[in-house]
Design a protein. Structure first.
Length: 256
C-alpha cells in the first residue's frame, strides 16, 4: 500500500452530519483518508468540474455499483468541499449476458452497453442496447476491473501467474491489455483499476504486477498514481474481500 508522505501525524478532518447508515460508513471512510490526499483529489475534481459534466465509463461493469457510488460521491463532495458534481454515465462494458440484462433494466441512464472489452480501443464497438456498432466515447473518469481468474487463490495454478499482467497471458493478462489499449487511446483524466491483492505478489527480484500497473500509468503521464489495498467490509460491504485499487490522475484535456 502507498503512504502519503505529506500527511502529518495526528492531522484530522472535522466530522460532518451523515444521512443513512451506508452514507455514514462511507463518510467515515472518506474522513479517514490522509487529508493531503483528499486535498489533491479535491483540486483534481475542481478541474474536472470546470469542464461541465464528468463523463464516466465502466468496464467489466458487473452490477455496476459505481452508479450508486457516484450518486453518493456527489452528495459527499458537496458536504465536504461544497463541490457540486454532475456525473454523466456514458458507457458500460459487460460480456456476461445475465449481467447485461440487469444493467439494461437497472441502469437505463447509460446510453451505451458494450459487449466486448477488446473493442473499446477500436473505432467502433457493439452496443447491446441498440444492436449497432457505435463509436466508443472519451470519458474523463474510467473505472475498470479486469479478470482475476488467473490471480485468484482458488486457481491452483495462480502461483504460476504472478506476472501474467506484464506478460499479457491468461484471461487476467488479456483483459488488462484490452483496458490498457483504451487508456492509451483516450487518456482519461482519472483512471481507477481494480483487482485482487495477489497483484502485489512477486518472484524474487522481479517487479510485481501491481508495480507494473503503476509504472504503466506513469508512462502515460499520470502524475499522481496510487496503489491501494482495502477491505470491502471496512466500507459497508458484507463481503469479506481484500481488493487492490490503482488510481491515476492527470490534467484534464479538452474533448468534444
Amino acid at each position: 500500500m502507498t503512504q502519503d508522505e505529506n500527511t502529518k501525524v495526528g492531522e484530522v478532518l472535522p466530522t460532518y452530519p451523515s444521512g443513512t447508515t451506508l452514507e455514514d460508513t462511507a463518510l467515515r471512510t472518506l474522513l479517514a483518508l490522509p487529508p493531503s490526499l483528499i486535498r489533491r483529489v479535491s483540486l483534481s475534481l475542481k478541474k474536472l468540474v470546470s469542464l461541465g459534466y464528468i463523463h464516466v465509463g465502466t468496464c467489466f461493469s458487473g452490477c455496476d455499483m459505481l452508479h450508486h457510488a457516484l450518486q453518493f460521491m456527489s452528495r459527499a463532495w458537496k458536504l465536504l468541499f461544497n463541490i457540486h458534481i454532475n456525473f454523466d454515465l456514458r458507457f458500460q462494458c459487460e460480456s456476461d449476458v445475465g449481467k447485461q440484462v440487469f444493467l439494461v433494466s437497472e441502469v437505463p441512464a447509460s446510453p451505451q452497453l458494450f459487449n466486448d472489452a477488446a473493442e473499446l480501443g477500436s473505432t467502433l464497438a457493439l452496443n447491446v442496447k441498440t444492436q449497432r456498432r457505435e463509436a466508443v466515447p472519451w470519458v474523463s473518469l474510467l473505472v475498470a476491473g479486469f479478470s482475476c481468474v488467473d490471480k485468484s487463490p482458488l486457481n491452483i495454478h495462480s502461483h504460476k501467474n504472478k506476472q501474467c499482467i506484464q506478460r499479457q497471458t491468461g484471461q487476467s493478462g488479456e483483459t488488462f491489455s484490452c483496458i490498457a489499449k483504451y487508456i492509451r487511446l483516450t487518456l482519461a483524466s482519472v483512471v481507477v483499476l481494480e483487482n485482487l491483492r495477489e497483484m502485489f505478489q512477486t518472484d524474487g527480484n522481479d517487479i510485481s504486477d501491481a508495480e507494473y500497473v503503476v509504472e504503466f500509468l506513469k508512462s502515460l503521464g499520470y502524475c499522481n498514481v496510487m496503489s491501494i489495498l482495502t477491505k470491502a467490509q471496512d466500507h459497508g460491504s458484507r463481503a469479506v474481500r481484500v481488493r487492490a485499487f490503482f488510481v491515476g490522475l492527470r490534467r484534464p484535456a479538452t474533448h468534444s
